[in-house]
Design a protein around this ligand. Structure first.
Ligand code: AMP
Length: 351
């Protein structure tokens, strides 16, 4: 067990790192951030930081020597970085979990190998392979870059065979996935916490609504049949176990009729779990600290139905209005510059 007073190392300086650091501090841990710039959201909340790139081994070693355990707020931390750090201190989740969740084909193959339903998919490394893949999967289909896509970036829908060339040019990649288009009724996610001894605790499924490919609102709880709820929680727990996650695994699903179909997973806190900061017995950030430190996992009971709304770009200019709403909790990330599509904060409101 890693006890309060110890130092949690966090790879990445974004808002997730900031909220992990704050949860760690609340439990009496020190938080030490590894980031590129001193003004990133996470760096603002702790005195302990190492500034460097993910390939700067001297800086990484300095960071590892200053902390007791390492976690991450970004699933695209290079696998090599996680392997390098693991020579010095435990890295949770580990390099293997990163390897699988960083690549959409590896991720979906892993899900299918564990009998979790995924959309039909194929890989394309060239335009010819894309053409063949689209013929195999059928239209409509969605093509995405295998790596680094987020918030709907790096993807297009193909509804007509004539769109294949344009989609390929658009992606600017030599490694893409083609997925069948899932005619989903809703999108949900489940976040699971897992400790080194295998103990797990899942947060209840929530419903996610996107605008322009970015999460706009999360509704808690998701309105699902018990059967679907159980399917989603079971699949998420199975994947966390098979990936050997120590920490958190967030899994996004499409709901189609009586089935849940996996979309993607991330081995870290997730935007759709931000509601837990105000309307759950334990926040996802605290649960992460509990999981990596081997503490008892907290209750995931919902204290009130609620809505989490992301404040994206100029939405954050309205921050004052939330302060006058009695059941709204405002969270701003301390980003100095607002840009379209940039997550500036969120509001949790009682539903
Ligand atoms: P992703 O980056 O994979 O999470 O995709 C972003 C959003 O695009 C998802 O939340 C869905 O709304 C939509 N989307 C992604 N993949 C598919 C698919 N195979 N079928 C239908 N919609 C999809």
């Amino acid at each position: 067990m890693i006890q309060p007073g110890a130092t949690i190392g966090i790879l990445g300086g974004g808002q997730l790192g900031r909220m992990i650091a704050q949860a760690a501090q609340r439990l009496g841990y020190q938080a030490h951030i590894y980031a590129e710039e001193a003004d990133e959201p996470a760096c603002q909340v702790t005195a302990f930081k190492t500034l460097g790139s993910f390939d700067d081994e001297a800086k990484l070693k300095e960071f590892a020597q200053a902390v007791d355990v390492i976690t991450l707020e970004w699933e695209n931390v290079p696998v090599k970085t996680a392997e390098f750090l693991a020579q010095y201190k435990p890295v949770y989740p580990d390099a293997n979990a990163l390897k699988i969740t960083q690549h959409r084909v590896a991720e979906k193959s892993f899900a299918v190998a564990n009998r979790v339903i995924a959309p039909a998919f194929a890989q394309a490394k060239t335009l010819d392979e894309l053409r063949n893949g689209v013929m195999k999967i059928g239209i409509p289909c969605v093509v995405k870059t295998c790596r680094m896509g987020y918030d709907g970036k790096g993807q297009s829908i193909i509804r007509d065979l004539k769109e294949i060339d344009a989609a390929w040019n658009n992606l600017q990649t030599d490694d893409a996935i083609i997925e069948s288009f899932v005619p989903f009724e809703r999108e949900i996610s489940v976040i699971v916490a897992r400790r080194a001894d295998g103990m797990m605790q899942a947060f209840p499924p929530v419903e996610n609504r996107h605008k322009n490919g970015i999460l706009d609102e999360t509704q808690v709880p998701a309105m699902l049949s018990t059967l679907l709820e159980e399917q989603a929680m079971k699949a998420a727990k199975l994947l966390a176990e098979k990936l050997g996650i120590i920490g958190l695994l967030a899994v996004e699903f499409f709901v189609v009729d009586t089935q849940v179909v996996i979309n993607e997973m991330a081995p870290r806190p997730h935007n759709s779990g931000h509601w837990t900061m105000d309307f759950c017995a334990t926040s996802q950030f605290e649960q992460l600290i509990r999981a990596i430190c081997g503490l008892p996992l907290g209750s995931t009971a919902i204290t009130s139905p609620c809505i989490m709304k992301n404040l994206i770009g100029d939405d954050a200019n309205d921050w004052k209005k939330y302060l006058t709403e009695p059941n709204a909790h405002l969270h701003l990330y301390g980003k100095s510059e607002s840009r379209p599509g940039r997550k500036m904060g969120h509001v949790n409101k009682k539903a």
